[in-house]
Design a protein around this ligand. Sequence first.
Ligand SMILES: [Zn+2]
Length: 272
Amino acid sequence: MVNGTLLPYYTLTGPAPAPVTTAGTVYTNCVVPGTYSISYDDGPSAYTHELLDLLDKEQIKVTFFVNGNNDGCIYDPTVRSVIKRAYESGHQIASHTWSHPQLTTLTVDQITLQMKRVEQALLDILGIVPRYMRPPYGDGTFGNGNANDVKVQSTLKSLGYVIATWDIATTDADIDDNNPVHKLTDDALAKVERGVVTSAVSAAPAGANHMQLMHDTYQRTVRQLSPWSITYIKGLNYKIVPVAACLGDTDPRNWYQTLTTPSANLPTTCTK
Ligand SMILES: [Zn+2]
């Protein structure tokens, strides 16, 4: 049962089915035949409303892995309103931690705080607590020399979180590091990103179910990569759905936990 307000987009009758995903397990690919999920990390940002307009026009639902204090502060009225709009439009709201740290560098208590602060904010804004999360950088799940970090995964499990990463990273966020593509124009970067997606899809078996990672913190992602991706994926006859739905949790009540009360004594601003 979703605590707080029910999702206005969905008609929810009868009891929710049992979730098919498991807390603490790492999922990298969709499993429901014919599905392909696209998801957006690190926001909301100043570009998220424009993205929501696009998703409305295309009539598709996606997953937003939101931060508490990263591109913006989740307690800022404009950030609150865009999260509310995304949720009420039927998109899945999931956690990407409070401040986007590498979780393998933190203690269990610090990881817990990273999750609880987002829970507190989303309880306040939406009346829900996510059941799905994505570790920043995928840290603790693979790569970075920190594959399958037991501390990270067991802590997230104890907090009730399904860990959803990706199998196609579009590289749209690489503009912030030392990747040589940064010297290119937005058009050229978008071309690189399109190439990453088409190469990954072509390299996989036909009909493979992908989880594609993007970031709604880039104007280029909203204006170029997203519309192109949606057309491309639809052209391959996939159905674009939120991450949870492509893993088999098609009832949105299973996208959220049953927690109803925030943790005590957590700050409710981004300055602490
Ligand atoms: Zn991120």
